[in-house]
Design a protein around this ligand. Structure first.
Ligand code: SAM
Ligand code: SF4
Length: 325
């Protein structure tokens, strides 16, 4: 469906949990996390009802995220259920990769189309400092190799470059030299704990890449590409992408809405705007009420974020693990 600004909303990101096995410094506090009560978290059956309504409204692409989606038991079941909804063309997963190797083949068999793996550094000490968990980098890299080696699976590596891992831009981009994957640099957004840190800009990242690899070259966009910009470099098999919400604002192209793990349909990352779908998901609730609540919220999706200006009333107060990044 089209929103009030004529944007075609075809993409729903679903957070399946706010729990996580890492504690990335720009995403979650180390301790004292106020978890969503288990009873508030949507069941797989409730998520599917939202996907069915979304599909009727024109959504065709789904991404499962969190928190860490792979800590939710039997996530492959949800992949299968969502993939089976009429009108859903692709189901992707955004993960930190810690549990990926052991679940990948079940997820793929269930119909998973793509994996976005978050990886900010190839340095074990930096990994421990950023994620506040030591010793897990080898598992993540194993997950990446397993995904990159899975025929037909679209694989993207997502890095948020900050002052903590600025020296990792070139080593991470090298992952796309030999592999048919995209390595994407995401500008840190001032949401939750992201407000306390400084990210590198697309320009700063591109300077490092050009010094190391030469001038960037245009390339085909990967499957399922959103508003990111993609280039390749001489000798590369894969691509490098940029998701630069601050320096290259793309809100006019935004095609997505989000569902939090506790059932809030969120229409823009920056604002609390949206609708609580929980009341429409009670036992026996009529699908048409759910659908019209979603339709109305999507229609009023805000025009765009204001990340580069002062905070306003109505801004999102939660951390990324609670929103579903
Ligand atoms: N746990 C999974 C993972 O890390 O991929 C999925 C959820 S995580 C919130 C999704 C993505 O959001 C990660 O790539 C993470 O780096 C990114 N992220 C978290 N906080 C962010 C922020 N303030 N700005 C930009 N990206 C952020
Ligand atoms: Fe967990 Fe992903 Fe947030 Fe890191 S970015 S703490 S892996 S939810």
């Amino acid at each position: 469906m089209r929103d009030q600004y004529g944007r075609d909303i075809c993409y729903l990101r679903i957070s399946v949990t706010d729990r996580c096995n890492l504690r990335c410094v720009y995403c979650m506090p180390e301790e004292g996390v106020a978890w969503m009560p288990h009873g508030q978290i949507l069941t797989y059956e409730q998520i599917v009802r939202v996907v069915e309504a979304a599909s009727r409204l024109g959504v065709s692409h789904i991404r499962l995220t969190g928190g860490e989606p792979l800590v939710r038991p039997q996530l492959y079941r949800l992949v299968e259920m969502v993939k089976g909804v009429a009108g859903i063309e692709s189901v992707g997963l955004t993960t930190n990769g810690v549990l990926l190797t052991e679940q990948l083949s079940q997820l793929r068999q269930a119909g998973l189309d793509g994996v976005n793996l978050s990886l900010d550094t190839l340095d074990p000490q930096q990994f421990a400092a950023i994620t506040r968990r030591a010793g897990l980098l080898p598992q993540v890299l194993q997950g990446l190799e397993a995904a990159a080696g899975t025929p037909g699976l679209t694989v993207k590596v997502n890095c948020v470059p900050t002052q903590l891992n600025g020296d990792q831009v070139v080593p991470l981009a090298r992952l796309a030299q030999q592999r048919e994957i995209s390595v994407r640099f995401i500008e840190l957004m001032p949401i939750g704990l992201g407000q306390d840190r400084h990210g590198l800009t697309q320009k700063q990242v591109m300077e490092q890449l050009t010094d190391a690899f030469g001038a960037p070259m245009p390339c085909a966009r990967p499957k399922g590409a959103g508003p990111g910009a993609y280039v390749t470099f001489p000798g590369f098999t894969g691509r490098v992408g940029f998701i630069s919400a601050l320096s290259h604002q793309f809100c006019h192209l935004c095609n997505r809405v989000r569902l939090t793990a506790d059932g809030h349909l969120k229409t823009c990352l920056q604002y609390q705007d949206g609708v609580d779908l929980k009341p429409y998901l009670e036992e026996g609730g009529a699908p048409q009420f759910l659908e019209s609540a979603m339709e109305q919220a999507i229609y009023y999706k805000p025009a765009g974020h204001h990340f580069t200006t002062q905070p306003q009333a109505g801004d999102e107060k939660h951390n990324m693990n609670q929103i579903g990044g």
